[in-house]
Design a protein around this ligand. Structure first.
Ligand SMILES: Cc1cc2nc3c(=O)[nH]c(=O)nc-3n(C[C@H](O)[C@H](O)[C@H](O)COP(=O)(O)OP(=O)(O)OC[C@H]3O[C@@H](n4cnc5c(N)ncnc54)[C@H](O)[C@@H]3O)c2cc1C
Length: 306
């Protein structure tokens, strides 16, 4: 994204919520569980699998964390009842990471155990780098307790990712590999687009070397080509890795991936706490700068109300 566009995108927090909501509709299934159910039904009919995310992060009370846990239990029951092909993704700050390690572990365990009782799987999303150590520790603790239906996410932009892969290798972790969305300092994260891509390829190779099941989460055409080359060179079966994309991003490219015979999982967020997730998605949309600029200028000129 050009420097000018990036500057415009920084204005997003100043854009009124109803406008953000409208612009981000494509990225979110809707406010209710039934909206996620319908989205997953449609995806399953297209030959895609899903991972459902209950929106809600950086919560501040135990009650809010407990409500998110209950929401996940409802999701598992619904997936089972409706015969959907979907796992779930959780954010640890939504399960109380900032309120205490034990509280968060108890909440995560409740979710993971309920998933296991229904043959389901829990992916722990990765948040900003202030949470990486705690997230990997909680993942490790759950695995050491014997829970195998849980996976984690690593971010190619973080400089530490290569050593995290080495440290986790003994667990043969199931890993979603993504670029990483959070704004990080240069000593923590690669800043250049090409450096992140190169790190992504290195991490993918290292994970496959370690025998990990990798969710290759990207919409970057160059990385998609590299990943297809790597899995072909290694003669991996289609059930030894998967591609992953976000709801509302490059769905036709997703169709092509499915047609080629790869497994594709789509991340389906739903819920009432849509704002933070929406802003992150809009910040990555290459064509959003124009919308934001025209909306902001329109309001400055008093042309609001559309
Ligand atoms: C399934 C999944 C789960 C993820 N989980 C996490 C996580 O746990 N933690 C984390 O930090 N990050 C997560 N991410 C986000 C990820 O880190 C990137 O920020 C995001 O995927 C964009 O990177 P990219 O590889 O698609 O490449 P980019 O270079 O950003 O995008 C490549 C192309 O995809 C299209 N595109 C990308 N984003 C959008 C958009 N919002 N709207 C319209 N078009 C777009 C554009 O055509 C763009 O040129 C996840 C991504 C996916 C796909």
């Amino acid at each position: 994204m050009a420097i000018f566009d990036r500057a415009i995108v920084r204005l997003l927090p100043a854009v009124p919520r109803p406008v953000v909501r409208k612009l981000s509709e494509r990225y979110i299934a809707g406010p209710e569980l039934k909206d996620a159910r319908e989205a997953v039904r449609r995806l399953n009919a297209e030959g895609k699998v899903a991972t459902i995310d209950v929106l809600g992060e950086e919560i501040t009370t135990e009650e809010e964390a407990a409500a998110i846990v209950r929401a996940y239990l409802d999701v598992f029951a619904d997936i089972e009842r409706c015969g959907l092909d979907s796992g779930v993704s959780v954010k640890l700050t939504g399960l109380g990471l900032k309120l205490g390690h034990e509280l968060c572990r108890d909440n995560l365990r409740t979710v993971v155990e309920d998933a296991a009782s229904r043959g389901n799987f829990v992916r722990i999303d990765m948040e900003d780098s202030s949470t990486t150590d705690d997230t990997l520790l909680l993942y490790r603790e759950l695995r050491e307790e014997g829970h195998d239906n849980v996976g984690v996410v690593l971010q190619a932009m973080l400089r530490r990712t290569a050593s995290d892969i080495a440290a986790l290798a003994e667990l043969k972790p199931s890993v979603r590999l993504c670029k990483g969305i959070y704004l990080e300092a240069p000593d923590v994260a690669y800043q250049e687009y090409e450096a992140v891509r190169a790190s992504y390829v290195r991490a993918l190779e290292a994970l496959l070397d370690a025998g990990s099941y990798v969710g290759i989460a990207t919409h970057d055409e160059w990385l998609l080509e590299e990943a297809r080359r790597i899995v072909a060179e290694r003669a991996l079966d289609h059930d030894e890795y998967e591609f992953q994309m976000l709801l509302g991003v490059r769905p036709q490219r997703g169709d092509d991936i499915v047609r080629e015979g790869h497994r594709l999982r789509v991340y389906v967020p739903f819920g009432r706490h849509w704002y933070e997730y929406s802003v992150r998605r809009l910040q990555e949309n290459p064509s959003i700068a124009g919308y934001v600029a025209s909306d902001t200028i329109g309001r400055l000129l008093g042309r609001n109300g559309s």
